[in-house]
Design a protein around this ligand. Sequence first.
Ligand code: AMP
Length: 415
Amino acid sequence: MRVLLLGSGGREHAIGWKLAQSPLIDRLFSCPGNPGLAAISETVPGIDPTDPVSVTTFAEAEAIDLVVIGPEAPLAAGVADALGQAGIPVFGPTAAGASLESSKAFAKDVMVRAEIPTASHGVFTDRASAIEHLEASHAPYVVKADGLAAGKGVLVTDSLPEAIAWVDGCLGGRFGNAGASVVIEEHLAGDEVSIFFVCSSGTAIPLQPARDYKRLNDGDEGPNTGGMGCYSPVGVDDSLIGWTQTHVVEPTLNALAEDGIDYTGFLYVGLMLTEEGPKVLEFNCRLGDPETQVLMPRMETDLLELLHAAAHGSLVGAEIVWSDKHAVDVVLAAPGYPEAPETGLAIIGLDHVTEALVFHAGTDVVGGRLVTSGGRVLNVVGLGDSLAEARADAYAAANLIQFRGKHIRTDIAAV
Ligand code: AMP
């Protein structure tokens, strides 16, 4: 099979690494890819992965059998729609399906219609009504830009003035069009868990859970990031996964189907485990990053076969087999991340790593040298028979790789 993978992060390197192992693969293209993907696939520079016409033209010219879409931007831009219209099999939802992530107001509307437990909410486009709503509620306040804001559009605060200022920022254009509506939610307290599913034509199959670390520094201190590390498996009750499948995912797929949306792709369900039971915080229409980097090495099932079946609407009866191995991912971040990561810093020591997988995220090759090009630079993933063994391998590898100002958390999987 000839496969095109869209995206350039650590998540896509891990997906590409897994796809490349499939006995069904003939050629793997990655667009735009990254230096890690360049070692295992043919990278396609010069094509914008969020441009539906360019991607479809390339896929037609190369007789691609399956397009796998990693990040949310091409999904929200309608790349899957264009590929579908051209008759090219694609794994990833249409723009309408991806609205579950690209519009928090749409996601809440689906949840309400499907009677899925979630925080109560209001959607506002006008300042006075938003503020009236905030004044009538109580701290903590939760205010969200409706659209895609690269994970930066949500404020949870005890301060009413801060909440009002966030409303002003959103409506005042701080997040561009993504903030033209704001969603104000009831605050939920509890532990957070994310559960991922592979979905197609009304069928959903869960993946194994993983735990990620969002804060920059040890002890969950410092600013929020895309994720500084992760491990799997974690002790999430099987009954919670079953509950999420029957009480969240299946009703969501049914509600979408009523709107004529046949959702094919990964679905990420963010849950808050409240005293009243689990409630949905958010949906994402893709796999998590860095969760993918620990899930792919543990998946024994042929990912290409699975995603190809999903793209053809034939997931019924499919199963995913997992290894008993533990996986730990430590993210190597650039100095200045997340505010202003330094780029162009020389990276050395990768060739000394033998006991861990390395997935590239923010790297580039300039003048023949590997350099940093983004905030999260590399993921090192240790695999072992125990969490401790996997963790030791990941940290040993993280210490072998050097660039100026390298930042890692030292407490990933220290449980
Ligand atoms: P979201 O992108 O909507 O998941 O929000 C990002 C983060 O904000 C979540 O992972 C939670 O930590 C927090 N959050 C979002 N909504 C709520 C809520 N209703 N109550 C408490 N925390 C929330």
